[in-house]
Design a protein around this ligand. Structure first.
Ligand code: 13P
Length: 249
C-alpha cells in the first residue's frame, strides 16, 4: 500500500473574520511546528488572503470552501478557480453537504467543478456522505457510489491522485454523533473500492473522515488504516483543539 501523508483540514464554515483568522493562525503555528502531516485551513473567502499571508513558510496550506466552475462570467456573487489561485489558495472544498442541502449544489455542477479545480491547479476536497434516512434504509453504499461516479465523471484517471475525498455522514455533522469506527471504516473502504474502478491512482487518494471529530476521538479514528485524515468543523475553530487533532493524525 502506498504511503499516504495524513491530511487534516479545518473547515471553518461561516466563522471567523479576517482579524479572528489572523489570531488563530498566530496561535496555531507554534503548536504545529513539528508536524509532518498536511495541514489545511479553509476560511471564508474574505479571510483567505490573511491566512495565506500569515501562514507563509509554514506547513499550513489554504483552501476555499466553494468555487464556480467557470473561469469568469456573469455569475453574480461567485468566485472562480483562477481568482483563488491568484490569491495563493491551494485547494477547495467541493460538494460539502451544507452546500448540497442549503444552496442547491448538484452532482451535475460538481462534475464540472472538480475538473475545473484540477485544471486550475487547485486540489479538490470532494465531500460525499449519506443522510440518516439513507443509512437507515441500507442505502449508504448506493448514495456514496452515485455521488462519486457523478462528481468524478470528468476527472481523467491520471489526475485522480490529485483529488482528496472526505466521507462526511450528514447525521454526524455538528451533532456530536461521530460515526463508529466500524461505520467509518466500512464507508471509507467502500469509497476506496469505488475509486479503484477508476484506476490505479485510487491507492494514492487521501480519504478523510468528517463529522464531530474532536481531540478526544481523532486518534482512534485516524489510527484506522482506511482513514487518511480528518475534515474538522466545530473543533477546528480553537487553535489548541485543532493542533491536538493534527498531532493525533
Ligand atoms: P463538525 O466537525 O462540526 O461536525 O463538522 C464537520 C464538517 O462538516 C466538516 O466539513
Amino acid at each position: 500500500m502506498p504511503d499516504r501523508t495524513p491530511y487534516v483540514a479545518a473547515n471553518w464554515k461561516m466563522h471567523k473574520t479576517a482579524a479572528e483568522a489572523a489570531r488563530f493562525v498566530d496561535a496555531l503555528l507554534p503548536r504545529i511546528a513539528a508536524t509532518q502531516n498536511e495541514v489545511v485551513i479553509c476560511p471564508s473567502f474574505l479571510a483567505l488572503a490573511e491566512v495565506v499571508e500569515r501562514s507563509r513558510g509554514s506547513a499550513v496550506r489554504v483552501a476555499a470552501q466553494n468555487m464556480h466552475e467557470a473561469e469568469s462570467g456573469a455569475f453574480t456573487g461567485e468566485v472562480s478557480a483562477p481568482m483563488l489561485v491568484e490569491a495563493g489558495v491551494d485547494a477547495v472544498i467541493l460538494g460539502h453537504s451544507e452546500r448540497r442541502q442549503h444552496f442547491g449544489e448538484t452532482d451535475e455542477a460538481l462534475a464540472r467543478k472538480v475538473p475545473a479545480a484540477l485544471a486550475a491547479g487547485l486540489e479538490p476536497i470532494l465531500c460525499v456522505g449519506e443522510t440518516e434516512e439513507a443509512r437507515d434504509a441500507g442505502q449508504t453504499d448506493g448514495v456514496l457510489e452515485r455521488q462519486l461516479q457523478a462528481d468524478l465523471a470528468g476527472v481523467d484517471p491520471g489526475r485522480l491522485a490529485g483529488v482528496v475525498v472526505a466521507y462526511e455522514p450528514i447525521w454526524a455533522i455538528g451533532t456530536g454523533r461521530t460515526a463508529t469506527l466500524e461505520q467509518a471504516r466500512e464507508a471509507i473502504g467502500f469509497i476506496r473500492d469505488t475509486l479503484r474502478a477508476r484506476g490505479a491512482a485510487a491507492e494514492q487518494v487521501r480519504i478523510l473522515y468528517g463529522g464531530s471529530v474532536k481531540p478526544a476521538n481523532a486518534g482512534e479514528l485516524m489510527a484506522q488504516s482506511e482513514i487518511d485524515g480528518a475534515l474538522v468543523g466545530g473543533a477546528s475553530l480553537d487553535p489548541g483543539d485543532f493542533a491536538a487533532i493534527v498531532a493525533a493524525a
